[in-house]
Design a protein around this ligand. Structure first.
Ligand code: G6P
Length: 617
């Protein structure tokens, strides 16, 4: 949510920053701006709208400087206007600031600063912080105690801040220098060849360096021509650890695909292979999860699981609940992270607490993790982004290893989370009652998931044709049962997110307790119809819809015979093990919502009002 980039080096900063902003645009796209420090001035270009609008605006400036900052905004304080776009300049013209996060006590600071003669051009909390830095700079004796007056002014201002921030600051008196800091908003420093780039995430700098330092909460980095130093708000020195990013620029590019979402849907077989790689025992009967940092005897003590997450990850947790309860026979509770953090949920000593998050930066999930840790629980994470806040703060966990997911609507990260939930259920089940033979069968089923997903993707053209026929409907129901109820929720979410069509996910049989009132020839239903004990029950629910003239799109396991004429459209999926079924069944609803959004000419990768990494409450 909001993307920031800052550059200090020998190259022209503007083009490098604009390139970085394009890659960070998934974090917010209400406005974009950049500021270059050149000729003793802070030269700013900023506009409401996408980065492409900023690129045109920037072309009107003569940006030659080698130090600069840029921002792409997801609006919180203040509307979507040029004035509210970042960077913000202090009213004395000395500082430029970009910010991701929320300054909660900005109103009282603003009153204080207005009393001191500072003025404001925007409605943002960020401009207040920028002026607060200028205020401390004006008070600060020059370069006292051998430390930079610039750095100290930023530090002093941050001491008064309540809220969250990832910031980068320029000062007109310090050409070739930059200060950046973080508190609960992601920030990393790329260490390149004679250049340094700070950014909200690695995709903004991966084309220039794979060497990064992940900043921690309460840390400030001071970049100068001589290098960089990291200190804390409390002035302690920090020894930097330089990590190497394992993915490459190609992973963050769209290639020949029309959208990142399409690319990521079709990458799923490989993504699932990467998630599984090296994670099965040699005897092929269970999963390996060394990263949990828990021994088998410790895991046997666990008698309950709690999962917290947001969005699609929350749906993946619901599937994990189903599989753990079914196979490991242990109770599981799943909560929205945003609810958990404000509830006083009773946990007991033998509860194992999991958070699930693609980005590892979703603030509600991070806050849930912190709340559980505060209560003394061991917290584990299922997470995709290496080095993310959640990965660093958890006591252990499992990386998804699906590479960067850029499309705002989660696809490959979601199915990888489903897979890890299924593997976790297996792992716990094998420590308890599951037999060796059942374990081997389960493992073989999981190993077959990538191929089954390939088969499901083979229906793309058929689903595209269905999407053309159904794109003009204003309401949809998605109906499934057991482990496919969460996939019904996910199908409805995908359609809402990227095509702005109203959709609801419901347990298929529960539909008659309310949503059936919506049914008419104008509201189609998407049914998941798997083989097995509930097949006949689902067929009955379909009959109830058909009797009310509702159109039906049925996602049906191959080999199942539906009564003639019951479904208007049939999308076959391969028959598979229950642990793999949710993964395979997800593919048609991803494709359906994708193709409907394309027909409606929606901005698939950047749906309105959404952002991929939600770092505000
Ligand atoms: C946003 C995204 C969703 C995602 C959710 C949780 O709402 O649009 O696609 O599922 O955040 O994100 P996380 O990174 O925590 O999995």
């Amino acid at each position: 949510m909001c993307g920031i980039v800052g550059y200090v080096g020998k190259q022209k900063a503007a083009s490098i920053i604009l390139e970085g902003l394009k890659r960070l645009e998934y974090r917010g796209y209400d406005s974009a701006g950049l500021c270059i420090l050149q000729g003793g001035q802070l030269d700013v270009a900023k506009k409401a709208g996408r980065v492409e609008v900023l690129v045109k605006e920037a072309a009107r400036h003569r940006f030659n400087g080698t130090t600069g900052i840029g921002h792409t905004r997801w609006a919180t304080h203040g509307g979507v206007t040029d004035a509210n776009a970042h960077p913000h300049i202090s009213s004395d013209g000395k500082f430029a600031l970009i910010h991701n996060g929320v300054i909660e006590n900005y109103a009282q600071m603003k009153t204080f600063l207005a009393g001191k003669g500072y003025t404001f051009k925007s409605e943002t909390d960020t401009e207040v912080l920028c002026n607060l830095i200028a205020y401390h700079y004006a008070k600060e004796p020059s370069d006292s105690n051998g430390t930079s007056r610039f750095l100290e002014s930023v530090r002093k201002a941050l001491e008064h801040v309540e809220g969250t921030y990832g910031i980068a600051v320029l000062c007109v008196d310090f050409p070739g220098e930059m200060v950046a800091a973080r508190e609960a908003s992601p920030l990393l420093l790329g260490v390149g060849d004679g250049e340094y780039i700070v950014a909200s995430d690695a995709s903004a700098l991966i084309n220039r360096t794979q060497n990064v330092v992940y900043l921690k909460d309460g840390e400030l980095v001071y970049v100068t021509a001589a290098g960089f130093t990291i200190t804390t708000l409390g002035q302690a020195d920090v020894s930097p650890v330089v990590d190497r990013i394992t993915w490459s620029i190609a992973d963050a590019e769209r290639g020949s695909h029309a959208h990142f979402m399409e690319k990521e849907i079709f990458e799923q077989p490989v993504a699932l292979e990467n998630t599984m790689r090296g994670r099965f025992s040699e005897d092929g009967s269970t999963a390996n999860f060394g990263g949990l940092n828990l021994s088998a005897p410790e895991l046997r003590q666990i008698d309950r699981f709690m999962f917290c997450a947001c969005g699609s990850a929350w749906h993946a947790c619901l599937v994990a609940e189903h599989l753990i309860e079914r196979y490991a026979r242990l109770p599981v509770e799943v909560d929205y992270a945003s609810e958990f953090r404000y509830r006083n949920s009773p946990l007991d000593r033998n509860t194992l607490f999991f958070v699930m998050s693609q980005s590892g930066e979703t603030i509600d999930t991070l806050a849930a993790l912190r709340e559980a840790k505060r209560k003394g629980y061991r917290v584990l994470a299922i997470n995709n982004v290496v080095g993310s806040s959640i990965a660093r703060e958890a006591d252990g966990g499992v990386y998804q290893h699906v590479g960067p997911e850029i499309g705002v609507a989660s696809t490959k990260a979601f199915t990888s989370q489903l897979l890890l939930g299924a593997m976790l259920a297996l792992y716990i089940a094998r420590l308890r009652d599951m037999s060796f033979n059942d374990g081997v069968q389960y493992v073989n089923a999981l190993k077959g998931a990538p191929d089954l997903v390939r088969q499901a993707l083979g229906q793309a053209a058929h689903i595209q044709a269905i999407a053309k026929r159904y794109a003009r409907y204003a309401d949809f129901l998605f109906l499934g049962r057991l482990s496919l109820f969460p996939i019904a929720l996910e199908g409805a979410l995908k359609l809402k997110e990227i095509s702005y069509i109203h959709a609801e996910g419901y347990p298929a049989a529960e539909m008659k307790h309310g949503p059936i009132a919506l049914i008419s020839e104008k509201c189609p239903s998407v049914f998941f119809v798997p083989k097995g004990e509930i097949f006949n029950k689902i067929v009955s629910s379909m009959q109830e819809i058909k009797a009310r003239k509702g159109k039906i799109i049925a996602i049906v396991t191959e080999g199942c015979e539906l009564p003639a004429g019951l479904a208007d459209e049939v999308i076959p999926i391969p028959d598979c093990h229950e642990a793999v079924l949710p993964i395979v069944a997800t593919v048609p609803v991803q494709l359906l919502s994708y193709y409907i959004a394309v027909v409606l000419k929606c901005d698939v990768d950047k749906p309105r009002n959404l952002a991929k990494s939600v770092t505000v409450e």
